[in-house]
Design a protein around this ligand. Sequence first.
Ligand code: 0A1
Ligand code: ZN
Length: 881
Amino acid sequence: MRTDTGQVFKLEDYRPNDYLIPLTNLTFRLSPEATIVTAVLTIERRDGISAAAPLVLDGDGLTLRRAEIDGKKAKPADLKVTPDQLTILKPPSAHRFQLLIETELAPAGNEALMGLYRSNNVYCTQCEAEGFRRITYFLDRPDILSVYTVRIEALRDEAPLLLSNGNPVDKGDLGDGWHYAGWHDPFPKPSYLFALVAGNLGQVADSFVTMSGREVELGIYVERGKENLAGYAMDALKRSMRWDEEAFGREYDLDVFNIVAVSDFNMGAMENKGLNIFNDKYVLADQETATDADFANIEAIIAHEYFHNWTGNRITCRDWFQLCLKEGLTVFRDHEFSADQRSRAVKRIAEVRTLRAHQFPEDQGPLAHPVRPRRYREINNFYTATVYEKGSEVVRMIRTILGAEAFRAGMDLYFERHDGEAATIEDFIKVFEDASGRDLSQFALWYHQAGTPNLTVSSTHNAAAQEFTLEIEQSVPPTPSESRKRLMHIPLAFGLIGANGKPVAYSGVEGASVEDGVIHIRKRRHMVRFSGVAERPAVSLNRGFSAPVTLSVEQKADDQFFLARHDSDAFSRWQAFNTLLTDVLIAGFRDILDGKQPVFATRLTELAGNIAADETLEPAYRALALALPGDADVARDIGRNIDPDAIHAAREALALAIATANRESFARLYDRLADMAAFSPDSTSAGRRALRNTLLDYLSLLPGGAALAAGHFQSATNMTDRASALGALAHRHHGSPEASQALAAFASKYASNPLVMDKWFQIQASVPGPQAVDTVRALTAHAAFSMANPNRVRSLIGTFASANQTGFHRADGEGYRFFAQTVLEVEKRNPQVAARLATALRSWRSLEPGRQGKAREALLSIASAENLSADLRDIVERTLA
Ligand code: 0A1
Ligand code: ZN
């Protein structure tokens, strides 16, 4: 485990290394306890660098067995060796020389899952961000691009399959049960994209003919016996390959493309060149074991990793400060792909919900950082919602500002100009400026300045002058180490809607530049005057969520109701209803704190019924509209002095009011939506299931609800329905015989399927109430649970801490104490996963004083633990700062 050195890395300190490594030749002789890695590096001194400059290579916990320079054993005086660094004190004076390095690794004991490790007896690697230095000494930084040739030797019985990046070159027998395979990747790449897999896996094979007619062999490798679960992933891969050709003109560039699914993985998946490695959760699926959400995630993540081949691999990042260059852009690309494959409106709503749930609290709390950070202590902690999700929104805004055509021209220029390079955000912005002739310098602040901008908007209508005015003011709240903010360029899409539901025409506009339904906010305050407007219109703001901002709008509830019924922009229509729901939940929260029972207006519960029944709306859209804002969503909007119990009580009351008011129509619709056709994971079928299961959730609150949910559970023919019913039982009828029986039946049916057991852990970890901490603690002893597996830890502990507001924030602090202990226990094995878990406490300052104090104690107890990893120390100290 890398302990903290306290070193802070700064963007302004970037400078190219004195040396380059044009060629990297690696030989692995694999064995669980003692793998030998021989690296033969061709090193070049950069022009103008003195021959006296030492070569300093990165390592992380390495054992050096041998070093040779130009074929001769290096003398001890020529080297300085530590587990974390190898310095060649006096490199040869020639411009180019060869360095051989032999290291010894123990993959079997590697529980941090970085570098070379074993998962289910399969050797695999994870090198992003700085895992390659756990394999060999290297210039382990993304601007060192090298052509890799790899030879893998292993016992044939243990590892019949030997994979690495690029194209296969040779293979053969070595005697004594050993064999080997050689791979060559012609595309120069940074070390973080290196990968190796060796083991005994099942294969699903297919092929793809690219736009220029080249045939690419596709392989997905999974645990033997699970080949039948990889069909959806393969289909998603082929659709991704086609889409990237059509939408961005990007063709695949190697002869083979392989994906390997492993069960121990720190993140979702990894885009290693030609050899993507996936968390098996994002590969394996069938109707029996995967939910519709799982299918959608698989499609999105397969696409994401594939799209990295151009945005990340062919053009990579100069340094880790530029992480959003590949991540924000690739998320944008996978969002567009999913929008094209599914329903654009539904996809957009889901994206915005995710952004608000994960990125907004990050941006509004102690861990806030710009999309392109300027400093870090541990880069692993910057794979964040801000870099990924907000990074994607920034790319989307560029497209909004430029229009689709100029945006595409900018992307074409990006690929043309920077292919084969390690680029920066400045390079990225420049291609759009050059392609469009626009000045994006103010816009670029979106990359450099942290915090969620707020727009305060009010409107007036002057009937006599036929003038409608929007007064818009921007502000960006202070964030850590950025107290003063500069004014941003915010593209605000809008619509003016007349009483008949139709757009209101205006004859002129002044006070801001307005193009194609977008107001360009650039100053602190704009008075945007629309002339020729006879009647006061309703205003639909931030249509399609054109900018990742919060809005403080003086909007009458009548207008909000009107927009929730009539806005022609599907996103904004959803938004209007969601705002109505949030507003009444906040009012209900205050009522509960005042000792009153909240009451909800009939027109609101009626509107919920109308939306449910509106056949002009897609079922998936109706399901999203009817899903109440979560406890955490409401907490975020309240912002301070949070009592999660009061929020939860208000939410329960609203759910019950909606269910009661619509019981008959909901029940009828629930029956009508019963699926008669054979299962299909397509988005239309999934939408029907989503709506039906949302209705089930409401109906389960009413008398007879437990029996209804139990029936739904028993008759389910797919995991979406089964898990929804189990959730309804466990959440709404906690402790009932129906709930207990269903939980037990589920566990006995799926005991041997870890990915399905994750759902069982998740459902129980999210049951609200003070008992949750005991439930979760008890489940850590369950046979299917393991502190060493990131998926298990996230399902049980992660769900408890981030999706169970009343349980985690139990008033006596027991949730926090249990959490702190568990984080430290996870950290012993896997610092990265522990650090990510610990971010669940980032919003501690928005709690009411009692809970705040207890959360702080828990954070301090982590901070004071001995030998804290760099990963966890960084998160905890920034959270407390
Ligand atoms: N680049 C991957 C994410 C990733 C990052 C770090 C990892 O290991 C610590 C693994 C994967 C992606 O964006 O999918
Ligand atoms: Zn990515």
